[in-house]
Design a protein around this ligand. Structure first.
Ligand code: ZN
Length: 568
């Protein structure tokens, strides 16, 4: 591609709205342009990188026997109502109506649609197992789109779905696809880590995410030296209990005027936040429930949702809380709370003499003892584990790092096939629901993750495997006919040899062109200048390492091919 004819609008300055390195560099290098909040245009460089990643994904999915299909973006609401997800998926599900007021979802994921295909087309156990996948634009009505294409409202995803007779077969495919993911991310030159994850709105029993390590990642990962790794919302750990050797006192009412937060109450009463118990009212699939953790800890909504077997957990709105407790938000407590389940974290059980909300304006209760002063429906592990807690498996101290989630795999079991009555006839003549798995991979997100890990102060340093172009030819001065003649020839010969070449033939200053070359970051820059040509050489420079090789003009094409072979 000749740069003089290409749509590669570069910027010198960082765009003010961009928070992360990848977002800044994708904008500055002209890969993407924002159309509106959370919606992006891919310009030629961005599109080419996207296609490279897409092709790697396609090759590795095909290699483990998956078949590519394409399902519609428009998903009729009737299918989503069969599984109940139309109601529980929440506001992120993008809902539209046609001219006859028929409702559709712009698909964020396709379990319902693919299950509908399979229940209509697959009859016998003989046809199992199999896996289909698609690479398609997905929609999610994000409350707060951010980080450029990492959290956008429209994005490119690969989603795969597998169908099985039994769990062993599902396990095998799950492993095959996780192996394929490993190869995909290795080919994309990413440093990544598979971790245990929460199943969220997709559901099912087991889930793994592949996290790309990045300081600006939005996910927190908990890791242990024993090899344990999980997202923070899912991680298990041993939380140190505070000492509780004191004798239980008599429950007592204390005035706490306008003291609503843990910090305010603990400071006002002069006690450690770990001696408070906070009570948060949630709605679990629409049903109110009280969740209790120690005042110095946070609740993992993912663990709470698993403990309750609920699809969707949201904090209850203030009017629901006031109706249940008879008090404004900030004074909720478990004592005398009637008619709803009280779920407490295990760390709450041994506590004595704690402070809780009094279910009355400006009132807390002290010297409260769980079990004696209030009933707990069930104790579960619902605490959000953090760095410094101890590993549940080996007891070592847990560490944490940040990452970008680039893919997730789920064992769904029969969640979708049962609710949609999707069955096959087994060998014994009995109709049984399909056992399913699903496997998502964010293609546009992977491009951003690659840039997060491959950049320096001057711009992007694309790995060869996903670079929009392998080589950039840079002519120092377009006024030298000798230089442009050689550049034209090299451009033609390299393309003929199957190399993707960007040819900077713009009539700009050398300074501008060198800066732009570093910014757009093609793996190998070949510079043609009058001085080099006097000695009969062109200069090849590896973007990532800065390593320079002088290539004789006559051997330039072969020399470039040799260097490319050494690049990741
Ligand atoms: Zn451990």
């Amino acid at each position: 591609m000749r740069w003089s004819k290409a749509l590669i609008p570069t910027h010198k300055e960082d765009p003010s709205a961009a928070e992360t390195t990848s977002h800044k560099l994708m904008l500055r290098s002209g890969c993407i342009r924002k159309l509106t909040s959370g919606v992006y245009n891919y310009l030629p460089l961005g599109r080419r990188a996207l296609l490279k990643v897409e092709q790697i994904v396609r090759e590795e999915m095909d290699a483990v026997g998956c078949q590519e299909i394409l399902m519609p973006v428009l998903c009729p609401s009737e299918l989503w109502r069969e599984t109940g997800r139309w109601d529980v998926y929440g506001k992120e599900l993008w809902r539209v109506r046609d001219r006859n007021s028929r409702e559709f979802a712009l698909g964020p994921t396709h379990e319902e649609v693919v299950t509908d295909i399979v229940r209509n087309e697959v009859r016998s156990y003989r046809e199992l197992p199999f896996t289909v996948y698609q690479i398609q634009t997905k929609f999610r009505d994000e409350l707060r789109p951010r980080f450029g294409v990492v959290r956008s409202r429209e994005f490119l995803m690969k989603d795969a779905y597998s169908f099985h007779r039994d769990d062993e077969s599902l396990d095998e495919t799950y492993r095959d696809i996780c192996d394929a993911y490993t190869r995909i991310f290795e080919r994309c030159s990413l440093t990544f880590r598979p971790v245990e994850a929460a199943t969220g709105a997709i559901g099912g029993s087991h889930s793994h995410e592949f996290m790309v390590l990045s300081d600006t990642g939005e996910s927190e990962i908990i890791v242990c030296e024993c090899g344990y790794a999980a997202t923070d919302e899912r991680a298990e750990g041993a939380v140190d209990p505070p000492p509780c050797d004191e004798a239980p006192g008599e429950m007592e009412r204390v005035e706490t005027p306008e003291m609503r937060t843990i910090e305010q109450v603990s400071e006002f009463l002069g006690i450690d936040p770990g001696k408070l118990v906070k009570t948060i009212i949630y709605e679990a699939d629409g049903r109110p429930v009280a969740a209790l953790v120690r005042g110095d800890r946070e609740i993992s909504e993912a663990k709470l949702s698993m403990a309750l077997g609920a699809d969707l957990i949201v904090p209850a709105p203030p009017d629901v809380i006031e109706k249940l407790t008879g008090a404004p938000v900030g004074f909720t407590g478990p004592v005398g709370l009637e008619g709803i389940d009280v779920i407490a974290d295990h760390t709450v059980e041994p506590l004595v003499n704690v402070v809780v909300g009094g279910n009355a304006q400006d009132v807390h209760l002290k010297n409260v003892k769980p079990g004696r002063d209030f009933k707990v429906t069930a104790f579960h592990d619902i605490v959000l584990v953090r760095k410094g807690d101890r590993c549940a498996r080996c007891g070592a101290e847990l560490d944490s790092f940040r990452g970008i989630e680039v893919s997730q795999a789920f064992k769904l079991g029969t969640k979708y096939s049962s609710s949609m009555n999707a069955t096959y006839l087994d060998e014994d003549g009995v109709a049984k629901p399909f056992i399913m798995g699903c496997y998502g991979l964010g293609v546009s997100r992977t491009v951003a993750a690659i840039i997060e890990q491959h950049n320096d102060k001057d711009g992007i340093t694309w790995p060869l495997s996903v670079a929009p172009f392998a080589v950039e030819i840079l002519v120092v001065s377009m006024k030298s006919e000798e230089c442009t003649t050689l550049a034209d020839r090299l451009y033609t010969d390299l393309k003929a040899a199957g190399v993707d070449v960007l040819y900077d033939d713009r009539d700009d200053s050398a300074g501008v062109k060198f800066k732009d070359a570093d910014l757009v970051g093609m793996p190998l820059r070949v510079t043609i200048g009058a001085r080099g040509l006097k000695s009969g050489v062109v200069e090849a420079r590896v973007r990532k390492t800065g390593e320079v090789t002088e290539l004789p003009v006559d051997d330039a094409v072969q020399g470039i091919l040799r260097i490319l072979e050494t690049l990741p």
